[in-house]
Design a protein around this ligand. Structure first.
Ligand code: MF3
Ligand code: CO
Length: 292
């Protein structure tokens, strides 16, 4: 159990109380919320918080959709970042990645191409026929967070790239379908790794999904690989699922110059889809769905 004086789970090196300690303490009239905070550091959201996070997630999904529509051969990922800045302003949203972490992340979105697993930085390189691209958007709207990502194929892509695009999407869908009150967090990794390995793909285990809503990254971690995390899903939990699926080995290497871009060790393609989910009274709601 994390205590106020322990190091923050975000890796900042600061005490939890000085860093990501929740501003919104659960009320004493909610025993389950008290227990989840004490045992796991998980903030079960109130109805008011859920309404605000739902709104932030909706805007995040709209921005992501517009960016995906703009992605085409000849467009640079810097141009996608420029459009992202404009869309965030239009929606009164703040891009959560900008200046996030150490070294400060330099752009408003992540654009991860081909063998890049995650945290690709928008650049002057134009998209070309045969590319696969993940666009990851994380927004702050009125102080609340949403987080989602999707893949886009540019023109004709190889069978191997099509495979990781399809498998990662199906992994996310299968993982979502296990989410409901009473299910365990480890079942998410089981659903994902069972399917990915049956399709001959590997599951990245260096990066995980996460609680989200009041902060960008809250407890719990959501592993996408086989694990034993025995945390029961309960109504009011909000977290992301964002499986990164590789055609070859699971290992990633962080770029030594920018300290962000993560590439597959063997250079084979990787793909990722992400949603923010709310556990409801009897199932789950995809907060970053465009269609809800
Ligand atoms: N969805 C990614 C995450 O949850 C977004 C990363 S943004 C970055 O971490 F700034 F950390 F790169
Ligand atoms: Co995320």
């Amino acid at each position: 159990m994390i205590s106020r004086n322990d190091l923050c789970w975000c890796g900042s090196g600061q005490k939890w109380k000085k860093c990501h300690y929740p501003q919104h303490e659960p009320s004493l009239s909610q025993p389950l919320a008290m227990r989840y905070m004490k045992q796991y550091g998980i903030i079960l959201k109130t109805a008011e918080q859920i309404a605000k996070i739902r709104h932030a997630c909706k805007i995040t999904a709209l921005i992501l959709d517009e960016l995906c529509q703009k992605a085409a051969a000849g467009v640079t990922t810097i141009e996608l970042d420029e459009l992202s800045r404009k869309l965030h302003k239009q929606h009164n949203a703040i891009p959560a990645p900008l200046n996030y972490g150490e070294p400060p992340y330099p752009k408003t979105i992540c654009t991860s191409l081909n063998e890049v697993i995650c945290h690709g930085i928008p650049s002057q390189r134009p998209l070309i026929n045969g590319d696969i691209l993940n666009i990851d958007v994380s927004c702050i709207v009125n102080g609340f967070f949403g987080d989602c990502s999707r893949m886009v194929a540019i023109g004709e892509i190889s069978q191997e790239k099509q495979l990781v695009m399809d498998v990662s999407k199906e992994c996310l869908n299968r993982a979502i379908s296990v989410c409901r009150p009473g299910a365990q967090i480890w079942q998410i990794g089981e659903a994902i790794e069972d399917y990915a390995s049956a399709k001959g793909c590997s599951v990245v285990n260096q990066y995980v999904g996460h609680g989200v809503g009041i902060a960008f990254h809250e407890p719990p971690e959501i592993p996408h690989h086989y694990n034993r995390l025995a945390i029961e899903m309960v109504p009011g939990m909000i977290f992301t699922i964002e499986p990164m699926i590789n055609a070859g080995v699971r290992e990633g290497i962080i770029d030594e110059i920018d300290h962000w871009t993560v590439r597959t060790k063997d250079g084979k393609p990787s793909a990722q889809w992400e949603h923010t989910l709310l556990i409801t009274e009897n199932q789950c709601e995809i907060l970053t769905s465009l269609f809800a």
